[in-house]
Ligand binder design. Structure first.
Ligand SMILES: [Zn+2]
Ligand SMILES: [Zn+2]
Length: 362
C-alpha cells in the first residue's frame, strides 16, 4: 500500500517544519503505546506516525518524498526494520520508523516484492516480542525472569553457517559465484535492469557443498529456548526492554533479530508512582494533627519516620527526600510524598465529649 505521510500526520502538503513537528507531537502523544496497551491498531498507527515524521522532518528524505510521491516510498520502509541508535537495552522501545534513503529508493524497483530487500529481510532473524508482568515492588528492586520462548535458534552443529562440519563450500549455481543476479522491474523510468544480491548465497557466491544435517543448511532451526531477562530497578509500567540479538537467529549466520520485552507493572494499593516520585496517604487522628506526632510511613524503601508538627492541616503533604523510586539507569532516587488525612472521630465517649465541651467554652 502506498503511503501518504502528510495524510498520516493529518497535514497539508507544503506544511512548514513547525506544522509537521506540531502534528507529530500531538499524534504521537495521543497514540502513545502507554495509553493503548494491547491495541494493535493504535500501535501500528503510532509506528506509521513515527515513520511519517522521520521522513518529513528530514529535508533530504522529504524532498525525495515530495518529488516522487507515495510510489517513491512504497516499499520496505516499514517500522521495525532497523531502529538504530540503541545500546543494549532500550526503554520505550518504539522509536518508530526506520525508513532510510535506500529503503525509499528500493521502492522504485517493485515495492514490497522487491527482490533485494526481501532477500535481505529473510536472511536477518525476525524481532520477537513478549510481555512480562511484575509486582510493583519488583519494579523498585528490579527482577529476573527466565522466559521460555520458541524461536529460531542458531545451529550449534554448523555454528550457523549451514555447512556440514568438515565439508567445503562450492560456487553458487544461481549466480555462478558472482553473488549477484539481474532482475528486471517496472519503474517510473520504464523497465529497469538491476543487479541485486543473490538470494541463494546472500552475495557470498558460495553455497554449502553438503548442507548441515541438523539444520538442513539453514544455519538455524526452531527450538524452545530459555532467555534470562534482567529487569532493571526503576522500570515503569508500559516500558519495553530491547534485548539485542535475542530474537530469531538469522539464516546462515546472518544477524539475529531482537527480543522486545514489554513490562507491565501491577499496581500497589499503598503507592502511586509519578515519575520517580511516590505518593501515599496516611491517616492521623485529630489529636495528632493538633498536638503533633511522629508518624511511621511506609515507603518503597521501607518504613520511615516523619515528624508531624502541631497544627498540621488535613491534606498537608510532607516530603521524604530520596525515599521514592530508584532512577532507571541512575544511582539517585525520587522522593516520597505523604499526604496526611485527618480522621475525625464519628463517635465520642461521654468523657471525651465533656472535655471537648469544656475546650469549646475556653
Ligand atoms: Zn547446522
Ligand atoms: Zn549466489
Amino acid at each position: 500500500m502506498a503511503k501518504d505521510y502528510y495524510q498520516i500526520l493529518g497535514i497539508q502538503r507544503g506544511a512548514s517544519p513547525e506544522e509537521i513537528k506540531k502534528a507529530y507531537r500531538n499524534m504521537s502523544k495521543e497514540l502513545h503505546p502507554d495509553k493503548h496497551k494491547g491495541d494493535k491498531a493504535a500501535e501500528q498507527k503510532f509506528k506509521e506516525v513515527n515513520e511519517a515524521y522521520e521522513i518529513l522532518s528530514n529535508p533530504q528524505k522529504k524532498q525525495m518524498f515530495d518529488q516522487f510521491g507515495e510510489a517513491g516510498t512504497n516499499g520496505n520502509a516499514g517500522p521495525g526494520a532497523g531502529g538504530g541508535g540503541f545500546g543494549g537495552f532500550d526503554f520505550n522501545g518504539f522509536s518508530g520508523g526506520s525508513a532510510d534513503f535506500s529503503d525509499i529508493f528500493e521502492g522504485f524497483f517493485g515495492g514490497a516484492s522487491s527482490g533485494s530487500a526481501r532477500a535481505r529481510q529473510d536472511e536477518k532473524g525476525r524481532d520477537l516480542e513478549v510481555n512480562i508482568s511484575i509486582d510493583f515492588m519488583e519494579s523498585v528492586t528490579g527482577a529476573r525472569r527466565t522466559l521460555q520462548i520458541r524461536k529460531q535458534k542458531e545451529c550449534e552443529v554448523c555454528k550457523g553457517s549451514g555447512t556440514e562440519p568438515g565439508t567445503h563450500t562450492k560456487t553458487c549455481p544461481e549466480c555462478s559465484g558472482t553473488g549477484q543476479v539481474t532482475r528486471t522491474a517496472q519503474s517510473f523510468f520504464g523497465l529497469i535492469q538491476q543487479r541485486v544480491l543473490c538470494p541463494r548465497c546472500n552475495g557470498s557466491g558460495k553455497v554449502p557443498e553438503k548442507p548441515c544435517h541438523k539444520c538442513n543448511g539453514e544455519g538455524r532451526y526452531s527450538a524452545n529456548v530459555e532467555v534470562d531477562v534482567n529487569i532493571p530497578a526503576g522500570i515503569a509500567d508500559g516500558q519495553t526492554l530491547r534485548m539485542r540479538g535475542e530474537g530469531d537467529a538469522g539464516r546462515q549466520g546472518a544477524a539475529a533479530g531482537d527480543l522486545y520485552v514489554h513490562i507491565h507493572v501491577r499496581p500497589d494499593k499503598r503507592f502511586d508512582r509519578e515519575g520517580d516520585d511516590i505518593r501515599s496517604i496516611n491517616d492521623i487522628s485529630v489529636l495528632d494533627a493538633l498536638l503533633g506526632t511522629e508518624l511511621e510511613v511506609e515507603t518503597v524503601q521501607g518504613t520511615s519516620k516523619v515528624k508531624i508538627p502541631e497544627g498540621t492541616q488535613p491534606g498537608q503533604v510532607f516530603r521524604l527526600k530520596d525515599k521514592g523510586m530508584p532512577q532507571l539507569n541512575g544511582s539517585r532516587h525520587g522522593d516520597h510524598y505523604v499526604t496526611v488525612n485527618v480522621k475525625v472521630p464519628t463517635k465520642l465517649s461521654r468523657h471525651e465529649r465533656k472535655l471537648l465541651e469544656e475546650w469549646r467554652k475556653l
